[in-house]
Design a protein around this ligand. Structure first.
Ligand code: ATP
Length: 437
């Protein structure tokens, strides 16, 4: 089903996925805080990405580099000179737009009968500037990184030599990036502080186009096969030559069908040898790779899949949201892939007597070392199931009268609502099997 952004924003607030930041002070424009369920979902997204991109591959390793880097990095990368958006202001309604994203007249909010009166476009650098140390002068200027990628490029030699890797190999990183976006919005789709998952894959020049195709296919597969995102909600967008960033030879976005239209989810770029060459030039260090076997020396080309954790988070919620009717009662159900669900197992005593709560708590203590679990004894069993369905909990365990006789419980599946009876000592194996299938 299609769901509105408003529904998702409300669900996130109501159930503790995402809160407006600094809310008690009236919020702070386009900043969001992740709540108890949100952090679990985010962790699961990072973990799924890391497993797919790093752990399950023998030629990709990770780093975590500093947010504040030497200012020369951003000169070499081209961000000081070129990381800007054209900006226009409306003199009438005082609103500010990206020149390439001016909304249609009807959405511009100028008073009735009046036209927007735009200023000339001027370039606006998207990097957040700050000062390092006590003196606020030119020499102390530093930037909050606008992408994590440069941390991998400046560590190319460190990683390649310590890990004894040769192209093709990759360096991956997950971390915060900052961009002073002119038009943030659509909830967590575009914010000024966000988290990226990026991987720089270094290859021999000439093999770059083949690897570019490989990564496009691999990245699409992650969404469909590993996160369970619907294929019909995803598509590729191939950049035309004139749309490419200064460093790129080719770029393809994976787009998602958001409630506000198709938009970027992930970008996959062929960054050529631009970054290594520029850092070699600006730092004076030799950043070429020497192949001992073929006796060749070259600057590797780089293929980069880059995506925002927050954007994947939004897509997972939009894609999983569903409403149906169970036992004549409407329910909201998040059909999240079990791998992503913030809580894997809800545990409920049917009645608050006969020792059922104590038994259910003992099961919670047994399972909590293996899965995220939630114990709930409040309200009717139907309501308890629905509370878990709404946050995507894939499994529910109920302790009932029979449990007290034979140590079996019911195990309920969120999507089908089917229940089976199963001995307590088989629960861990059964849940593990279902989670990994
Ligand atoms: P746009 O053109 O929409 O500003 P971009 O093409 O500059 O975005 P990239 O530099 O390719 O974005 O960043 C890689 C990924 O990082 C994006 O696909 C997106 O998932 C994420 N991302 C980029 N900017 C933001 C942001 N402001 N808020 C949240 N996520 C972002």
């Amino acid at each position: 089903m299609s769901v509105s952004m408003e529904t998702i924003v409300n669900l996130c607030k109501r159930r503790g996925f995402v809160f407006p930041s600094s809310e008690i002070y009236g919020g702070f424009a386009s900043t969001w805080d992740y709540g108890p369920l949100g952090v679990e979902l985010k962790r699961n997204i990072r973990e799924a990405w890391w497993h797919y991109m790093v752990t399950a591959r023998e030629n990709i390793v990770g780093v975590e580099t500093a947010v504040l880097m030497h200012p020369r990095v951003w000169e070499a990368s081209g961000h000081v000179a070129g990381f800007s958006d054209p900006l226009v202001d409306c003199r009438t309604c005082k609103r500010r737009f990206r020149a390439d994203q001016i909304p249609p007249k009807a959405d511009r909010q100028c008073p009735k009968g009046m036209e927007c009166d735009f200023t000339e476009a001027r370039q606006f650098n998207l990097m957040f500037k700050t000062y390092v140390g006590p003196v606020e002068d030119e020499a102390a200027i530093a930037f909050l990184r606008p992408e994590t990628a440069q941390g991998m490029f400046v560590n190319f030699l460190n990683v390649q030599q310590t890990s004894r890797l040769k192209p093709p190999f990759g360096i991956a990183q997950i971390g915060k990036s900052f961009r002073n976006e002119i038009t943030p919005g659509n909830f967590i789709f575009r914010t000024r502080e966000f988290e990226q998952m990026e991987m720089e894959f270094f290859v021999k020049p000439g093999s770059d186009e083949e690897w570019f195709d490989y990564w496009r296919e691999q990245r699409m597969r992650w969404y469909t096969d590993h996160l369970g995102i619907k294929k019909t909600h995803l598509r590729f967008y191939h950049y035309k030559k004139e749309e490419l960033a200064h460093y790129a030879k080719a770029c393809t976005d994976i787009e998602y069908s958001y409630p506000f239209g198709w938009g970027e989810l992930e970008g996959i770029a062929n960054r050529t040898d631009f970054d290594l060459r520029r850092h070699a030039e600006y730092s004076g260090k030799d950043l070429t790779f020497f192949d001992e076997e073929t006796r060749e020396r070259y600057f590797p080309y780089v293929i980069e899949p880059a995506v925002g954790v927050d954007r994947v988070f939004l897509v997972c919620l939009l894609d999983a949201y569903d409403e149906d009717v169970q036992d004549n009662e409407p329910r909201v159900v998040l059909r999240l892939h079990p791998r992503l669900a913030p809580i894997k197992v809800g545990i409920f005593p049917l009645l608050r007597k006969e020792g059922q709560p104590e038994k259910a708590l003992a099961i919670r203590d047994l399972l909590k070392h293996h899965f995220t679990v939630f114990y709930d004894q409040a309200g009717s069993i139907g309501r308890r199931y629905r509370r878990q369905d709404e946050i995507g909990t894939p499994f529910g365990i109920t302790v009932d009268h029979q449990t007290m006789q034979d140590d079996t419980v019911t195990l309920r599946d969120r999507d089908s609502t089917q229940q089976i009876r199963i001995p307590i000592d088989r629960l861990i194996g059964e849940l593990q099997a279902r989670l990994s299938s």
